[in-house]
Write a protein that binds this ligand. Structure first.
Ligand SMILES: Nc1ncnc2c1ncn2[C@@H]1O[C@H](COP(=O)(O)OP(=O)(O)OP(=O)(O)O)[C@@H](O)[C@H]1O
Ligand SMILES: [Mg+2]
Length: 170
């Protein structure tokens, strides 16, 4: 499903990813483990189009996506739950979920998916009118995941998803 061939990513002069290759097949759950600063978040950001590799290829479902703009990668089916949640703090839970479906037009499907997210995380439904910035850390993590699921991704990238969540939810 996803094939990464020998990518190199730089922040200015800092060589953050050195020749990373990785293959992920449909249905797999793949965990990336490494020390602080190893480049895990950098790799996810590169897959989702927030960073461009200087060299190397990223192939998602037989299409070259390295360097494509992030929204076009979301459209192809990759959603990213960033490290540190990054919810839209001044918007409600409901509005954050709506934004997750920004590129979709199937109103009925969107409504169904909001219900699915609320089933998965009942706490979010209870708090659907609340400003996201005032949610607890764990609730914000649930919202970040719910927002990503609203795009109906084929591939879900989760950066440190267990951060702040109860063991039961993890
Ligand atoms: N915007 C940036 N500008 C310069 N250097 C950066 C930037 N973002 C990350 N780096 C550097 O790139 C390297 C990889 O960082 P990255 O955030 O990918 O690590 P990580 O594996 O996710 O670490 P952690 O487990 O702490 O989240 C680090 O040395 C970091 O300092
Ligand atoms: Mg990280």
């Amino acid at each position: 499903m996803l094939k990464i061939n020998d990518i190199n990513v730089y922040y200015g002069n800092i060589h953050a990813l050195k020749g990373v290759s990785l293959e992920i097949n449909q249905g797999e759950i793949v965990t990336l483990i490494g020390a602080n600063g190893a480049g895990k978040s950098t790799l996810l950001q590169t897959i989702s189009g927030l960073l461009k590799p200087k060299t190397g290829e990223i192939i998602f479902e037989n299409e070259h996506v390295a360097g494509k703009v992030a929204q076009s990668i979301v459209k192809r089916g990759i959603s990213h739950v960033p490290e540190g949640r990054r919810v839209f703090a001044n918007m409600s839970v409901e509005e954050n979920l709506d934004l997750g479906a920004y590129l979709r037009k199937d109103k009925k499907g969107i409504k169904e998916d909001v219900e699915k997210v609320y089933q998965l995380f009942p706490r979010l439904e209870e708090r659907r009118k609340q400003l996201s910035g005032t949610l607890s850390g764990g609730e914000q993590q649930m919202l970040a995941m719910g927002r990503a699921l609203m795009a109906r991704p084929r591939l879900l990238l989760l950066d440190e998803p267990s951060m702040g969540l109860a063991p039961l939810l993890v």
